[in-house]
Design a protein around this ligand. Sequence first.
Ligand code: CDP
Length: 229
Amino acid sequence: MQIPDIIIAIDGFSATGKSTLAKLIAETFSFVYLDSGALYRGVTLFAQENGFIDPDDTIHEADLKAALDQGLDLHFGADGTYIGDRRIEQEIRTMAVSGQVSPIAAVPFVRAFVDAKLHEAGARGRVVMDGRDIGTAVFPNAQLKIFVTARPEVRAQRRYDELKAKGEQPDLEAVMKNLEERDYIDSHRETNPLRRAEDAFVMDNSDMNLHEEIVWTQGLIQGRFGILE
Ligand code: CDP
């Protein structure tokens, strides 16, 4: 059977559960899930490990650019994000990376580098992609756009629980502060800031469980595409 090319774009603030929703859509409706934030996190890890960003967030832009221009093999593998054949899925989810990812993601040539990878990956057919600028800049023609939001304290608690479950010892205040800082930088940067696309449907999932989220999304998907096989 011919599978139609469909792109679903899910954007929103940090820790609103975009990736959980995207994964659920992918499983329920047979889409490939692509996490654009993982690539920004991957570039950040690469910058940290190679001394292209200092602890005070000073970015050595010329050096970072030269390294990216040389070709950084950052890609989505079957089971997560990779640099070459090194799986970096755990390292990119730490607070150390979260603390520096937004300044890195504000650099225009970093965005261009990631966008090229996303376009390449988006050509895979049925794709659900989450991020900050997917519906506004990366795939402005996406057939369905969802903008996810939730109350700040709910988001901080979710991220705290997630980090704990992974064995980190997070501090709730620090998690909250990191989310606030990233929201600010992500919404105020010059290149493709986080904002809701005019044609995006807004989901506030502060008080929704996963089942309610999928029912809500199912309604949208069926309204837009009919029954997907
Ligand atoms: O922590 P959370 O899962 O909410 O964030 P993420 O999706 O992993 O993205 C990490 C960071 O990458 C964001 O805070 C943004 O600074 C940046 N990002 C972006 O600028 N544009 C995207 N399309 C996706 C992520």
